[in-house]
Design a protein around this ligand. Structure first.
Ligand code: ZN
Length: 262
């Protein structure tokens, strides 16, 4: 699977002439409680992106960039060591400049694959700004949303168990062979604030408003969820679903012509 950073400039030009799909995995470095590594979001975004590219490379030209490893996290997770916090506006400019560089080379099919929950609004802003500036419509994929059908079907945790460092991320990292210390996982920090508008976590229903509820429930150890019910087997199911759904989306995205009207 071609990695953008391992190719030469003439090779990149050939991919550009073939209207290659360029995938940019986006992670973060932040605390994930006592049992998961800081790079959890980066590993998840990169693994799902690379697996999708491996499945697609015989059908269409595809390039995978190195994952972005530092981004924006809310102030809550800065209470625990290990969290890098890049300001929202810096991230918007950073995302914009990376993607704008790709459009200036001539790439037209660019998709971000994000594994970190505090990035979607920034990425959507950047997608608007890129379209306004260049006429290129990028796609912003949420890795977790691609896995959602399998999570809803197979989760063991109650709503609130799959937010930050919970069943979802822990299962994926167990499957991926990352450094997971299950003997240090606990269910003390399950997110319990539920209302009709805030059903507990992103897999438990849609929210009618944006309101970060992390300020309501004081996490003791830096996680928001229940990792104790996580398993590699569930991780495999949600990983496979995420990759399959991502491939379906990227096929359609790559084959559909979308430009701003002249
Ligand atoms: Zn995470």
């Amino acid at each position: 699977m071609p990695l953008f950073g391992e190719l030469t400039s003439p090779e990149i030009a050939q991919f550009m002439e073939r209207n290659a799909l360029v995938l940019l995995p986006i992670g973060q470095t932040e605390e994930h409680g006592n049992h998961l590594p800081l790079n959890a979001d980066t590993v998840i975004a990169q693994s799902i992106t690379r697996a999708a590219a491996e499945q697609l490379e015989d059908e269409l030209p595809v390039l995978v960039m190195d994952a972005i490893w530092a981004g924006y996290s809310g102030v809550e997770v800065a209470k625990w060591p290990g969290t890098i916090r890049v300001r929202t506006r810096v991230m918007a400019d950073y995302f914009f400049d990376i993607i704008h560089s790709l459009t200036e080379m001539g790439f037209r099919k660019i998709a971000t694959v994000n594994g970190h929950g505090h990035h979607p609004a920034i990425l959507e802003l950047v997608a608007r700004e890129i379209a306004d500036a260049t006429g290129v419509y990028i796609a912003c994929v949420e890795a977790a949303k691609m896995a959602a059908p399998a999570v809803i079907e197979g989760r063991k945790s109650e709503p609130g168990g799959c937010i930050h460092g919970g069943e979802f991320e822990t299962s994926l990292l167990l499957y991926l062979g990352a450094r997971v210390q299950m003997d240090k996982a606990h269910s003390d920090d399950v997110f319990t604030y539920h209302s009709s508008n805030f059903p507990g976590d992103g897999f438990a229903g849609s929210k009618a408003a944006f309101w970060s509820t992390w300020g309501i429930q004081r996490s003791e150890t830096g996680i928001y969820g229940d990792p104790t019910v996580a398993s590699a087997e569930f991780g495999e199911k949600i990983f496979t679903t995420a990759v399959a759904n991502l491939c379906d989306f990227l096929r359609e995205f790559h084959s559909t012509e979308a430009t701003c009207w002249d």
